[in-house]
Design a protein around this ligand. Structure first.
Ligand SMILES: Nc1ncnc2c1ncn2[C@@H]1O[C@H](COP(=O)(O)OP(=O)(O)OP(=O)(O)O)[C@@H](O)[C@H]1O
Ligand SMILES: [Mg+2]
Length: 271
């Protein structure tokens, strides 16, 4: 079933935060899986040389023949890079460690910031009829992340519920502003999602309070709890929704997907 709220082309969302280990990959994988479970066709683009999204969705390194590296740096067709996963409605463009040199290799390329944008707008994209594309960004504000932001309609920011969580957000917002000025005027903030939330911990409550005070409606109502099943799932090469469908983590990502779909339906009406 395609999403009736999105008639023309997929909605492209960059999942970004330059801080490491805040839940970017976990959110990319599990939000994608939850959207797919609700019948949306989803593509995950692994834009991190660590390749964690590829591993977490069960793509063996040997099967990563054409990857985001080739998509950006060599002239390959999009459909050659897109792999199905073992999960219905969920596809991926994988990444390998090769991508770690892309940042340098791209510097001399005149179109360096627009390569992912152009690749994702190849005509074959229509054949796949994706509703959503989620780009898992590396923990950096480098050229890869800029490519993701230029390619995207919006940025989704996972924020770990811990001390100093809000530090670094101003740097991220600055980059978003620069991208708006340099090639993607329409880039929106999809929302900030609190991850690894522990409601017994005052620090989590404080981070949530601060985030809601400073960012208001930009913060998703859904928070993602710290849940061991979420962290175990990647080693079984599956989203937590498949690994333990009844876990608190799976439920939270389903709620996030519902909220995300509702927000997107509203944005369409407003547009
Ligand atoms: N809700 C959660 N509950 C428990 N563990 C979690 C949760 N979310 C993420 N983790 C764990 O926290 C670690 C970091 O998460 P993740 O890899 O998603 O972050 P990241 O921002 O993608 O990291 P990087 O910046 O290295 O790409 C992982 O070990 C992951 O399994
Ligand atoms: Mg990651």
């Amino acid at each position: 079933m395609s999403d009736p709220t999105r008639p023309a082309g997929p909605k492209i969302v960059a999942v970004a935060n330059q801080k490491g280990g805040v839940g970017k990959t976990t959110t990319s994988i599990n939000l994608a899986a939850a959207l797919a479970e609700k019948g949306r066709k989803v593509l995950v683009v692994d834009l991190d040389p660590q390749g964690n999204a590829s591993t977490g969705l069960g793509i063996e390194v040997d099967d990563r023949v054409l990857t985001t590296y080739e998509l950006l740096l060599e002239d390959i067709d999009l459909n050659e890079a897109i792999l199905p996963t073992a999960f219905e409605n969920l596809s991926i463009i994988p990444a390998t460690v090769d991508l770690s040199s892309a940042d340098l290799e791209l510097i001399s390329n005149e179109k360096r910031s627009f390569l992912l944008h152009d690749a994702l707008r190849q005509v074959q994209m229509d054949l796949f009829a994706f509703d959503y594309v989620l780009i898992d960004c590396p923990p950096s504000l480098n050229l890869l992340t800029v490519n993701a932001m230029i390619a995207a309609h919006s940025v989704l920011v996972p924020l770990q519920s811990e001390f100093f969580a809000l530090e670094g957000l101003s740097q991220l917002m600055l980059t978003i502003r620069e991208v708006r000025q340099s090639g993607n005027k329409e880039l929106r903030i999809e929302g900030v999602v609190l991850t690894m939330y522990d409601q017994r911990n005052n620090l989590s409550l404080q981070v949530e309070q601060d985030a809601r005070d400073y960012l208001g409606d930009l913060v998703f109502k859904t928070v993602i709890p710290r849940n061991v099943r979420v962290s175990e799932a990647p080693s079984f090469a599956m989203p937590v929704l498949n690994y333990d469908p009844a876990s608190r983590g799976a439920k939270a990502y389903r709620d996030l997907a519902s909220e995300f779909i509702r927000n997107n339906a509203r944005q369409k009406v407003e547009a």
